[in-house]
Design a protein. Structure first.
Length: 99
């Protein structure tokens, strides 16, 4: 991640030929969410269990949503990321990842 070889290998190992049946789950916009975007799979951004959690306000759902939108906006404003000139927007956002 975010490179295509990882996705191609995983799809091959799982005998999946439909990327629509796969999603990338991760905490980092730069690698996980961009990886999903650039490799044609949906992405699930886990907010409070990873790299961006210090930048997020989880006081309530409204502040969490607002601060997550700010983090995405800031990321999209940066140059030199793996996203290139693509806008990053996770397919789904989760507060926590729990087994």
């Amino acid at each position: 991640k975010p490179f295509g070889d990882v996705y191609n290998l995983a799809l091959k190992e799982l005998s999946l030929d439909q990327r629509s049946r796969v999603c990338m789950v991760g905490d980092a916009l730069e690698t996980d969410i961009v990886g999903g975007l650039t490799n044609g799979v949906d992405s699930v951004w886990v907010l409070m269990d990873g790299i961006h959690s210090p930048d997020l306000d989880d006081t309530n759902d409204t502040t969490l949503t607002s601060s997550a939108e700010s983090v995405v906006k800031s990321f999209n404003g940066k140059s030199g990321t793996y996203a290139g000139d693509r806008e990053v927007s996770p397919s789904i956002v989760m507060r926590h990842m729990q087994w």
